[in-house]
Structure formats: structure tokens, C-alpha cells
Design a protein. Structure first.
Length: 283
């Protein structure tokens, strides 16, 4: 009984420390200013690196901004993960390092995606390219690392590795045969990884809202990919669905995930306070 009370006291102290940490302190804001200046240079480079093609300049600007957003979202998420690491470990997180490592993998994936879109003059075509393959490979790897961060199982790891190997074989095969259906295993792999990530994250966070992460990052994402496949030649619907595929899909999922990690100590503290008040008969 004494050991249980001691563990509860430790968890409460870790929660209290997590709540008091400032996510957006002065140091972070200074770094953000440097980063935004660099991002503006990236944006100008992306603009100059591709022709207008059949997309208007307004849509092109919107597409570039959409693809630059992860370079803002990921560093903020990284800071949230860092400041919440001790708290998450106290709740059962297996590996903070794997959680951190998933974020640079996402940055690399986005860099390859941007290169792919520059090749296409920002007009989305569901074709086979080496850059597109690397985008999916690093993206799936990043979310697999997140899933491993919350819990480890060698059989699940074998499944993740097997999925990546299958994609590595089927993608070039689909490219050689020019059959778009060979990309379907990529979407299956994403669904499998997100299934494990969602379950494992729920076990730690105990927040049902984690279900919104796969809903947006997989469901909404693939919905707009499907619409893009139907309107690849439309100069208005193509960029619109392309933006929504990223902004309302993967990026929204990562934002929700970061928010849930950030808010969890506050949520747990409020729940604990409410329970204590009920036990004392205050409410």
C-alpha cells in the first residue's frame, strides 16, 4: 500500500512538472524567428525551381505554403515531446528516443515530397518516381517509430519491416508495369502502422480522442488522394484536393497528436482534482 502511494506521489510530481514547463519560452521564440526567415528562403527557392505549368500562381503559392507548414509543425511537436518526455515515461512510454526520431524522418519525407512536386510543377500526378517512393518509405518509418515508442513487440516490428520490404519490391514492379494498383500496399501499410500507433498511444494517454489521428492522417488523407486520382487533369480541383490531402490529412493528424501529448498532463491533473473533490464531498 505504501509503495502504491509512493508511485502515485511520483506520478503527481512528474505531472506537476510537466504542466509548469513552458513550451513556447523566449529561447523557442528566438529559434522560431530564425527558422521563419530560413523558411521564406525555402519558399522563394521552391517558387523559382518550378514552372507555372497549368496551375495559377495563387494555387502555386498555396501549395508551397501547405508543404512548408510541416517545417513549422514538426519543430513545435519536437518541443512538446521533449517537455512531456518524463511525464509520458511515468505513464508507460517505452522509448522517448523513438518518439523524437520519428520527427526528423517526417522532415526527410516532406523534403522528398517537395522535390517530387517540383518535378511535376506542383501539378499532382499519381505517377511512379524515386522521390515519391522515398517519401512514403520515410513517412511510414516515422509513424512506425512512434508506434514503437509507446510499446515494443518483436512480432509487430517484423510486420513493420516486412511491410517496408514489400513496398520496396512492389513499388518498382508497379513502376515497370505502369500499374497504379501496386501503390495500394503503401496505403495498407499506413493503415497497419496507424492501427498499432493508435492503440498503443491510447494505452499511455488514456484519451479517446487519439482516434482522430488515424481518421485524419489515413482516412481523410486517402479520401483526397482518391479524389485527386479522379481529377488529375483539372487545374482547379487538382491543387485544391492536393492541399486538402496534406493540410486536412497528414498534417492535421500530427497536430492533433501533438496537442493530445501537450494537453494530457493538464487533463490528468484536472481529472485528479475532480476526483479528490468528489472524495471529499465538495461536489
Amino acid at each position: 500500500m505504501q509503495i502504491q502511494k509512493s508511485n502515485q506521489d511520483i506520478a503527481l510530481r512528474v505531472t506537476d512538472q510537466a504542466i509548469k514547463k513552458k513550451i513556447f519560452g523566449a529561447t523557442f521564440l528566438i529559434a522560431a524567428i530564425y527558422f521563419l526567415v530560413t523558411l521564406s528562403g525555402f519558399g522563394y527557392t521552391f517558387w523559382q525551381a518550378s514552372d507555372m505549368g497549368s496551375i495559377s500562381w495563387g494555387w502555386k503559392i498555396a501549395l508551397i505554403i501547405t508543404h512548408l507548414l510541416p517545417f513549422v509543425i514538426v519543430p513545435v511537436t519536437m518541443k512538446v515531446f521533449y517537455d512531456r518526455a518524463d511525464y509520458l515515461v511515468s505513464k508507460g512510454l517505452h522509448s522517448p528516443f523513438a518518439l523524437y526520431l520519428g520527427l526528423p524522418f517526417q522532415m526527410v519525407a516532406i523534403a522528398f515530397e517537395i522535390g517530387w512536386h517540383i518535378q511535376q510543377n506542383w501539378f499532382y500526378q499519381n505517377d511512379y518516381t524515386f522521390l515519391n517512393f522515398l517519401f512514403y518509405a520515410f513517412l511510414i518509418s516515422s509513424f512506425a517509430l512512434w508506434a514503437d515508442a509507446f510499446a515494443r513487440n518483436k512480432w509487430v516490428d517484423i510486420l513493420f519491416v516486412g511491410s517496408l520490404l514489400a513496398i520496396s519490391v512492389l513499388y518498382p514492379l508497379g513502376a515497370s508495369l505502369d500499374i497504379s494498383a501496386f501503390k495500394i500496399p503503401i496505403y495498407i501499410a499506413l493503415t497497419i502502422v496507424f492501427g498499432f500507433l493508435t492503440y498503443r498511444a491510447y494505452k499511455v494517454l488514456q484519451d479517446w480522442r487519439i482516434i482522430f489521428v488515424p481518421i485524419f492522417s489515413v482516412g481523410v488523407n486517402l479520401f483526397f488522394v482518391f479524389l485527386l486520382a479522379q481529377h488529375q487533369s483539372n487545374p482547379t480541383l487538382n491543387p485544391l484536393f492536393h492541399i486538402l490531402h496534406d493540410l486536412a490529412g497528414t498534417e492535421m493528424g500530427v497536430i492533433i497528436f501533438a496537442y493530445l501529448v501537450y494537453i494530457n498532463p493538464l487533463r490528468q491533473a484536472n481529472s485528479k482534482s475532480l476526483q479528490q473533490a468528489q472524495d471529499k464531498g465538495v461536489i
